[in-house]
Design a protein. Structure first.
Length: 530
């Protein structure tokens, strides 16, 4: 017998066919009574049906202070400033209405473009190592323009897959420069846009999935006639479609004909551009795998894990924890013409997204069914920008304008080997989400305690503490401002009293205020998105 509830996927394989059966264990635990919380949209309906089945009670909704910090970090990559927190907390508009209004405001802010073009730059490997400096900046600009105009996701991907010409004149061609062989182009395409890791099938059929070695080479054949040549300008590359080029099966030497997975063979005329046909099939509304992969990926950015996790390893033996929810999100995105801002708004306006991180007796063991929020360590760029905003100290990077935040940097070569790399910034050499690291390490802790980044920001003579002390801020004004700037909330009575006692003991008020700010910057509440 089992003492804890749980789920497991059981994979059944017979004569080349695969099926997955979910097994759920629900031991008796007396006293459970379902309490229905308000449902904000269809997301909550699907989540609640699963939670009720598993006898899990969701947590309560987070506070306004928690929501504004969480939403701003997730949507625009930076925490709120003290005046933004004060205004939001003082707003007496009904909770759901004012939160929805904040979400709309954040979707329209320029930092939204910074934050989401950074994510796409990571996944699509916008990197001078592959593209050269000029090519990197051109590709970065194209990504930012695509995010700013809210380009439909299917159009965005279609433009990448069919791009031709100079990478200076048509930066979307950079997609083919970071993976310059047919099999590499196929692997990144399926992993990024279908959430499938085909690389395992290069040498043999997948042992626990329907993908075969034949699939691998037939898909690679769509890219066999993509050519790359030098352009007239320095480091310029030109992508074109040739009339020759094949992929061959390694064992037999036979030519692999282009063929879609899970579909009928591709019908090619002699003049057909192979990757154009692939792009049409892949981005079609009739291809549910395409929409499913992106809504699952988007969900993970807000809820700390995918409905299928990892998000780029979708397979029968790794089923969704909530199939109903994934199907509903997929259908909704297709019905709204692949509008990613619409999908983001829908997720963030759900009660599920707005739940507290504080668990109850019935969901304390749950880390996969979204019954409470999961704390996430700030990304490298979020952390550096949060330190800068909290302290009022501008971080300056070489090669870019002084106004740039960390999330605006063009690639990982800016500030290489420093704070950002220590805290897990990806080098943009892989299309896998796993390249960005989120673990907590001893080196990180020592850097925060003794490193120059935090120490210099706290002691900045033009920073927040210096200005507050120079302006003659009272004890309460100073302590409240530091809490608002770092944790996006006011201190409670005991926190204020401890800070006030420390602040007023002795003569060097400025140093003591710096100590308080330093302690807040090193707190769990600052380092994690909760």
């Amino acid at each position: 017998t089992s003492s804890r509830k749980g789920e497991a996927a059981i994979l059944v394989r017979y004569e080349g066919n695969f099926a997955t059966v979910n097994s759920t264990t629900l031991p008796e635990k007396p006293g459970f009574k379902w309490v229905q919380l308000p449902q904000y949209n269809y997301i909550d309906e699907a989540i609640d049906r699963k939670l009720q089945k598993l006898r899990i009670l969701p947590s309560q909704v987070c506070s306004d202070a928690e929501f504004i910090r969480r939403a701003m970090l997730d949507l625009i990559g930076v925490p709120p400033k003290p005046e933004e927190v004060r205004a939001f907390l003082a707003d007496k508009t009904p909770e759901r209405q004012k939160r929805a209004r904040l979400v709309d405001q954040l979707l329209a802010r320029p930092e939204f473009v910074d934050h989401w073009s950074l994510k796409w730059g990571d996944l699509l490997r916008s990197n001078r190592k592959f593209l050269g400096q000029k090519g990197m900046w051109r590709f970065r600009d194209w990504l930012r323009e695509s995010v700013a105009e809210n380009k439909p996701y299917n159009q965005f991907v279609y433009e990448l897959l069919t791009a031709a010409g100079s990478n200076y004149d048509n930066p979307a061609t950079s997609y083919f420069l970071v993976a310059d062989k047919p099999n590499f182009q196929m692997e990144q395409t399926t992993q990024l846009f279908l959430g499938v890791r085909f690389v395992c099938a290069q040498c043999h059929d997948h042992p626990f999935e329907q993908w075969t070695q034949k699939n691998y080479y037939e898909l690679s054949a769509f890219f066999a006639r993509v050519g790359i040549q030098d352009g007239a300008r320095s480091l310029e590359k030109v992508v074109y479609d040739g009339t020759e080029g094949d992929v061959r099966f390694p064992k037999t030497g036979r030519v692999a004909s282009p063929r879609f997975p899970y579909a009928q063979p591709a019908h090619l005329s002699s003049e057909a551009v192979r990757r154009g046909l692939l792009a049409e099939w892949l981005t079609s509304k009739d291809n549910p795998y395409f929409a499913k992969a992106i809504v699952n990926r988007m969900w993970s950015y807000f809820l700390a894990r995918g409905i299928i996790d990892p998000v780029d390893d979708i397979r029968s033996s790794n089923p969704p924890v909530n199939p109903e929810l994934l199907a509903a999100l997929t259908k909704d995105l297709i019905n709204h013409n692949f509008d990613l801002r619409y999908a983001i708004r829908t997720i963030v306006n759900s009660r599920t997204y707005q739940l507290s991180t504080r668990s109850n007796d019935w969901n304390v063991d749950d880390d996969s069914n979204f019954s409470h929020a999961l704390p996430r360590r700030l990304t490298a760029e979020e952390l550096m920008d949060a330190i800068s905003i909290a302290t009022g100290s501008r971080m300056v990077f070489k090669e870019v304008p002084q106004s740039f935040l960390a999330q605006e940097l063009p690639d990982s070569k800016v500030g290489m080997g420093g704070f950002l790399d220590l805290f897990g910034r990806p080098q943009r050499e892989s299309p896998c989400e796993c390249e960005r690291r989120s673990e907590v390490s001893l080196k990180q802790a020592l850097n925060l305690i003794n490193g120059e980044t935090v120490a210099d920001a706290v002691a900045d003579p033009t920073g927040r503490v210096a200005k507050l002390v120079l302006a003659g801020a009272s004890d309460r004004q100073l302590v409240e401002e530091l809490y608002l700037a770092t944790l996006s909330r006011l201190p409670d009575a005991s926190e204020y009293e401890r800070a006030r006692t420390y602040l007023t003991a002795g003569n060097n008020r400025a140093e003591k205020a710096q100590d308080i700010e330093w302690a807040l910057l090193n707190s769990y509440a600052f380092l994690f998105n909760r």
